[in-house]
Write a new protein. Sequence first.
Lengths: 538, 261
Amino acid sequence: MRRIACFLWVMIVVAGPGVLWAFERLDAPAAKPAGSGVIVHSDGYILTAHHVVSNAKRIFVVTAGEFRAPAILISTDVDHDLALLKIETVGLTEASIGYAGAVRLDQEIITVGFPFGLREVSVTRGRIAAVRMKGVQRVFQVDAAINPGNSGGPIFNRRGEVVGMLTTKFSHPSGIVPEGMSFGVPISYATPLLANIPDFDFTMIGRGKKDVKGGGESKGLAQEVVRTTVRIETVRNTDIALMPPAAAQVPGSSSKSGPPAGGSPRLQPSPVREQAPSGQDEEAIVRVNEQLRAAQEDELKKLAQRGIAQPAGMVVIPAGEFLMGAEDGLQDARPIHPVYLSSYWLDKYEVTNALYRQCVEGGGCTMPKDRQAFDDPQRVQHPVTNITWNQARSVCQWQGKRLPTEAEWEKAARGTDGRRYPWGNDREVVKIPVRNGEFKAGSSGTELVGRQAATASPYGVFDLIGSVSQWVKDWYAEDFYQASPARDPQGPLRGSFRVLRGGEWNEKPPDLRASYRGWDEVTYWGPTLGVRCANDVP
Amino acid sequence: MTSRLRWVIVPVLVFTLAGWAGGERACAKDRQPELGAPLHTILEVETTARLIAILLDSGRNVINENQGISDDRGTAEPRLTPEVFERQLLDIFHSRSGIDLRDLEAARIPAGAKKLLKELVLVSKQVVVEIQLESNRPGSGLKFIPAIFGARVATRFTEQTHVRLKQTALAPRNPLNAPDPIERTALEEFADPSYPRERVISEVTTKSGSLRLMFPLYTTRKCLACHGDPQGELDRTSYPREGLSLGQNAGAISVMIPIQP
């Protein structure tokens, strides 16, 4: 339906180190491989794979007629490895976009690209060998011969419509290079990118051309599709800056936490922090603690003026930004990122056996799953244990409260300066089971709530670390921090496990950090699990 | 970094299905029929397989919650009644999948999935009663634990439907749960500590003509009592402990659904 107007081959030459990407890419070898792309709109819009242009300082488009145009990056979709480029020109031949939902197994396809950065385009034929799904991501496996440089190149169906974009090839631990196994992203994932093109006609999707049959016409098809396939060149930044995302945004919190000398060192990765926390660090902690308490008192005053009193047994955590996660911790706590929370109330102590008993007697709760500790008269003021997530939620609801979110728990435990523990960065406190008779990590059970004054958080919340793990509201997702909303995050929509926060009394020091994320089945109950409740400040 | 199957791409939620099902469907009709199943069929089957895995795992959750309560009672009556079990099962499945099986008609899932999920609930209820009765019989070695529940449900569900359901692991205690080559490949992937947690693996190939889905399971605190340390020491069911650690992959639920072209 669309006529071919002119040729444009865009070449992506990569100058610089291999891509910063966790997966093995088609262009992994260091020797300047090229990438490919496809023209999706006549006004100079080109779709390619994100990794082909990632970290590029400059991107150039080289046409068949040796016309070389600089391109700008319009939009990227890192998750699906797609990018949209634009060059300043009009009247290009655009490829028809197909309907990826109609792609069938064993369907014939044509891939077009510039393997090894060769200037001549190559066309390979193949079939859709499999449709694989990992999580919610769909990928086509194609058996056509694909080589480095094909990355970002289109996959056409037999009607000459783009149904996918080549992105990855995989390597096997055996070292055997798999033959005829390459992967492509279905074109439907590009829809959000295409929406950036001002007058893109989505109604044309899947209405490109008639089926082409017979050898002669098929040759014509190949000629047509190569005209819309392009080559691009990029110049890469040689030093890949591993910039911690939070670092740039620290001022918001460090303005509160004092001079930069106190604020910035704590943001550095662990090697720096591991080395003896200096006296300066301790001073900074003390200073931040004073500021946080002052902010807390201010907030209380403001609330009092509005006629809102502090609920018994709760403290207020004033609204503001804090640093969540840790760069030097486990994978699921990365990256450290700033999160803004509205003000909220949080229980000073965990829910005790006594309080839970009131809830049971009041009809709001069911008995803990194991009643030995619950019925022990010696442990009336100990945290309640052996409750499932549902029971934890019930005991909060019965009090007219709710479960805290993971972020709320962590802010209460860490303050705004990204510290490692509620009391600062001093690891000595957790190293020894009993230090000055105050800390009991490693001993054999719960103890009276609020006894461990040395481990209280700057906001005056007790027993966050080293007592029992506490159920929070959120579902657990290992990669949630990578996409977490910056304001009042509520966790993923669905999941298999609920998050547990706070190192428990039988855990080892690495798990006792305030950034540590535990999790378990919603139905789990055990002697190391309890709860503390939160509430909204009206 | 690049030692393994590295073509996985970080998933983004929600929009995908909407994108698939949405605007592009209009022209599917005037397609020439080609070999193999269309992608939207594959996606429906994949959703079905995923829901089946979540439902079986939700059943395992309920058993976990009631483990120890039902154990070692010596009574003939099941402590966990099928009604209570069903209520808890549906609650957990609802919270985990967003789908309320009490109102199955309204659920926006493939029709085939509805039938299968209903069947799986039924089978799970029967098995709960049976295992409790058997395990409460004096001298019975059978325990009321997720693994046994899951294996029984899977076997019976496989007998009664066209779906093959199975629990598997690289080193299963039950030899019947040994993995086939496809399952082994997926399990080896799951076993890599750097493998993204909770990400299922599924695939349809031209050769197999069916969808295979592997839903990873993890060592939780409850599992450790029998499968944790000290490695090699016998647990309460007289099996040597595997020495698993918290959060480690502990196997998978394998679902295989044939795809009608």
